[in-house]
Design a protein around this ligand. Structure first.
Ligand SMILES: Nc1ncnc2c1ncn2[C@@H]1O[C@H](COP(=O)(O)OP(=O)(O)OP(=O)(O)O)[C@@H](O)[C@H]1O
Ligand SMILES: [Mg+2]
Length: 310
């Protein structure tokens, strides 16, 4: 239902988006995952029509989105990274204003506002001025504002940044409910746990380019191993890595932050083999931990950098 084709955008010397293409099926939730400055906001701003691409094309349900006044654009709802609310006005008044901008009025506007307030769980606070809302409540109202005109494609730009855990869960419940209703979602984040929980597919971006596009399973399948053992031993682990790589069931072995990082697909057999190998060489093991494949590992594998510190 959606296609972005070779999108590019430059700001002065910075090529913020450098030939990004991806497509989305109706009802799919696609995560745009990447570190700070990767180009996520620039990409979704072009999709929402807030920025004009230098080149490239955006198609919604087969039709190119041409201009700001294009009716196709009405099928898109955008929840910006920065809050866009009137602090002095009440929650309901804010929504009424946004609804009016979409051309809703009278009973239709009232219905849309009621629906959106109910969805984000703010009906009981609708009369309070937004300046009295918590950060999480403001985020939820920001989300409600994007739902008033009943969009088919909802774009959310880092909707949980600066949000307390309770509101974060509330936002996730809202999004899962919207997903259930068949809404198509684009979700930008640099939180891997969020992407893992919500997204059917991930488009990993870095330096304005798509590094990888696939389902969680397909991204994990490209990792050297499904599990990573972290083994803390007494003494220097570096000379052991080569030998460990030859142990049956071991996919990779390297020294990471002074510990042995050993990739194994089968956790039970792999860890048993690694421990037996170390014991046979008289190497004292001080600590053993294991970690399932994560998006963090996927990003590290793709870029050699961590998503958190990138
Ligand atoms: N209006 C602008 N003027 C100049 N440079 C910009 C502008 N908007 C974005 N950039 C630059 O483009 C690059 C991509 O920025 P963008 O905001 O799209 O990244 P992002 O992935 O959304 O990052 P974050 O996770 O921090 O929100 C950055 O180098 C940024 O400094
Ligand atoms: Mg951003």
């Amino acid at each position: 239902m959606f296609q972005a084709q070779n999108l590019k955008k430059r700001f002065g010397a910075v090529q913020a988006v450098d030939g990004v293409s991806f497509a989305i099926q109706a009802g799919e939730t696609v995560g745009l995952l990447g570190p700070n400055g990767a180009g996520k906001t620039t990409i979704v701003s072009m999709i929402a029509g807030l920025l004009t691409p230098d080149s490239g094309e955006i198609r919604l349900e087969g039709r190119a989105i041409a201009s700001d006044t294009d009716p196709v654009k009405r099928a898109i709802g955008f929840v910006p990274q920065d809050l866009a609310l009137f602090e002095k006005l009440g929650g309901r008044e804010n929504l009424a204003l946004f609804g009016a901008l979409y051309g809703l009025k009278g009973a239709e506007l009232d219905r849309a506002v009621d629906m959106a307030l109910g969805l984000v769980g703010l009906a009981d606070r609708q009369k309070d001025a937004v300046e009295a809302y918590s950060g999480g409540m403001k985020r939820r109202l920001n989300l409600a504002a994007a739902l008033l005109h009943d969009p088919k494609l909802l774009i959310l730009d880092e909707p949980t940044v600066g949000v307390d855990p309770q509101s974060r869960n509330a936002i996730f419940d809202n999004l899962e409910a919207l997903k259930q209703r068949g809404l198509t979602l684009i979700y930008t984040t640099h939180y891997m746990e969020e992407a893992e929980r919500l997204c059917d597919r991930l488009v990993i971006v870095d330096h304005g380019r798509v590094l990888k596009d696939g389902t969680l399973q397909s991204l994990y399948a490209e990792l050297p191993a499904a599990n990573l053992l972290e083994v803390e031993i007494e003494g220097d682990g570096a000379p052991l890595c080569e030998g460990l790589r030859c142990v049956a069931g071991v996919a990779s072995a390297e020294l990471r932050a002074g510990r042995l990082a050993v990739g194994v697909d089968n956790l039970a057999m792999g860890s048993a083999a690694v421990l037996a190998w170390l014991a046979a060489r008289g190497v004292p093991v001080l600590h053993l931990a294991s970690e399932r494949a994560t998006l963090e590992a996927v990003f590290l594998n793709l870029t050699g950098r961590s998503l958190r510190d990138a």
